[in-house]
Ligand binder design. Structure first.
Ligand code: HQG
Length: 179
């Protein structure tokens, strides 16, 4: 059961953040998909999901990656998209320091060009060093960078906080980064 939930959750991340066209699904401009349509299109791929399974994925997901709308007819990913969606995030002042977890092999390039959003819509920052370490470990030997978000705010950078607690910003120039 755990394995099946993980598999469905990963597949939902692919569909709702990156490639809805893989199963012929369309998202609206705010990233929402119709739940019934999502279920039927996932099942056309030889899966066997139902609304209870989708509910469990949404409720138990370790990073609260997905959210329903109010009447639970629509679903979307809270962040992490590579496709262009308008999440209507509100600008919010961050704490004085946030962290970015990366892999050792990226550090040279980051210290030359700063943090850039790569395939995603934003650079992702974490409140806790522990979280940053886990994020960095996905790519290799983790390195935690400290980001002087106080100075960035003073310089006019805009920060957003996703519904699942990830801090987002367009870029982080080198002068705000400490290894
Ligand atoms: C690196 C997970 C070279 C950046 C996590 C990162 C997160 C550069 C990688 C979310 C660079 C991009 C996002 C530069 C940035 N030169 N490398 N100038 N600028 N990088 O996966 O932040 O599980 O797109 O350091 O929890 O690792 O998907 O971003 O290592 O919140 O829900 O380029 O993904 O959430 O990798 O992770 P990613 P990320 P989920």
């Amino acid at each position: 059961m755990q394995q099946q939930l993980k598999h469905i959750s990963k597949f939902m991340s692919l569909i709702l953040r990156h490639k809805p066209e893989t199963i012929g699904l369309s998202l609206d401009e705010n990233g929402w998909a119709n739940v019934a349509e999502l279920i039927s299109k996932i099942n056309e791929q030889g899966n066997n999901v139902n609304i209870d399974i989708i509910n469990t994925v949404v409720d138990t997901n370790d990073k609260k990656r997905f959210a329903f709308n109010e009447d639970k007819t629509m679903i979307r990913a809270n962040q992490g998209h590579s496709i262009d969606v308008e999440l209507n995030l509100k600008p919010i002042t961050p704490p004085d320091i946030l962290y970015h977890g990366t892999a050792e092999r990226f550090v040279g390039s980051i210290l030359k060009e700063g943090l850039t959003k790569q395939q995603r819509q934003h650079v992702h920052l974490s409140l806790l060093q522990e979280t940053a370490k886990a994020v960095g470990s996905r790519h290799g030997k983790p390195v935690i960078l400290s980001i002087n978000t106080k100075a960035m705010t003073e310089a006019g950078f805009i920060f957003y906080l996703s519904d699942n607690g990830v801090w987002l910003v367009n870029s982080v120039p080198v002068e705000y980064i400490t290894v």
